[in-house]
Design a protein around this ligand. Structure first.
Ligand SMILES: Cc1cc2nc3c(=O)[nH]c(=O)nc-3n(C[C@H](O)[C@H](O)[C@H](O)COP(=O)(O)OP(=O)(O)OC[C@H]3O[C@@H](n4cnc5c(N)ncnc54)[C@H](O)[C@@H]3O)c2cc1C
Length: 280
């Protein structure tokens, strides 16, 4: 339940209200805020609708997605649809129910920090950046830094910034969920530059394995430069996952189950590289 509802018309006013009022939350689409099961008591909300954060723009080799753009708006946007690999983000927008898609915003997706996210692993392998406003001014940070070292709670996400990519690449994602209307239990995203059959600049990110979505740097190191048709990769992947600390364990799936899903997905993704899928 909300007790105070603010509708600022500038970003600076929104930040000031957040600084000065206790228990205050920026309101995107409200899908996370309204579904919190823990008792947070009454909260004050700062509506972001009047801040003009509703555009998707292509400029100087980058695509800027404003934080109040909804999942549905992303699915209808020609800039994203025409732009590989960013169209994978659009595909991810199709997985939740229409009601959620119509409300959930880019800012909310980022700030909710769900580990079981369909989007964060994609943003991580695409090296996305976040433009945000804080009391000390504007900042542009790699998305990974934002998750590793969360900035002050008064920060307002303005844009998700993605680089356009015109070099050959392979990019594929896979998810497993209990139902098509649920958050994924595991989401995997893989990106690399194919040089012949060698995987260069490989980036692997996974959501749902630990408390936050993350890049699997050690596995990336082991796979860098390797031939993706090599059947021994399966062994390298499963051995590395076994060495890693125990994964999340809850009613949705044990840690071992989650690791075996990641292993199977990675194998499957590499098999699709062999078949030539998604190699652009
Ligand atoms: C039934 C259901 C099914 C779902 N299924 C999936 C799924 O399959 N896959 C998936 O990835 N996700 C799923 N989700 C999660 C969904 O993606 C998030 O709830 C949604 O993205 C949050 O966006 P929002 O705009 O509604 O955020 P809000 O609820 O408005 O806000 C969430 C948090 O972000 C903060 N915030 C919002 N905007 C900003 C901003 N601009 N700057 C700073 N902080 C901000 C808020 O203060 C709050 O802390 C599901 C959610 C529900 C309720």
């Amino acid at each position: 339940m909300s007790s105070e509802f603010f509708i600022p018309d500038t970003i600076q006013k929104a930040i000031k209200i957040k600084e000065e009022t206790k228990k205050t939350f920026f309101l995107g689409g409200g899908t996370t805020l309204n579904s919190w099961t823990k008792n947070t008591g009454s909260k004050n909300l700062i509506c972001l609708k009047k801040l003009g954060l509703k555009n998707i723009e292509r400029k100087n080799g980058y695509i800027y997605i404003d934080s109040m753009v909804t999942m549905t708006e992303m699915t209808k946007n020609p800039i994203l649809a025409d732009n590989l690999p960013l169209s994978e983000i659009v595909k991810s927008c199709h997985i939740v129910s229409k009601n959620i898609r119509n409300m959930a915003t880019v800012g909310g997706i980022i700030a909710s920090r769900y580990t079981r996210s369909d989007f964060i692993p994609l943003f991580l392998v695409l090296d996305a950046e976040i433009l945000y406003e804080a009391p000390d001014g504007e900042h542009l940070d790699p998305i990974e830094e934002y998750y590793e070292n969360p900035p002050s709670k008064t920060m307002l996400i303005k844009q998700l910034v993605l680089k356009e990519d015109h070099e050959p690449f392979f990019f594929k994602t896979k998810r497993y969920a209990r139902s098509s209307n649920d958050l994924p239990i595991i989401k995997v995203a893989v990106f690399f530059r194919p040089e012949g059959v060698a995987m260069k600049n490989i980036r692997i990110a996974v959501g749902g394995l630990y408390d936050k979505s993350m890049r699997l740097y050690e596995l990336e190191k082991l796979l860098e430069g390797k031939d993706y048709t090599d059947t021994d990769l399966r062994k390298i992947i499963s051995e590395k996952l076994n060495e890693m600390p125990p994964a999340r364990n809850d009613f949705r799936g044990s840690g071992d189950f989650r690791k075996s899903l990641v292993s199977a997905f990675l194998e499957d993704i590499l098999t699709s590289a062999v078949k030539g899928d998604s190699v652009e």
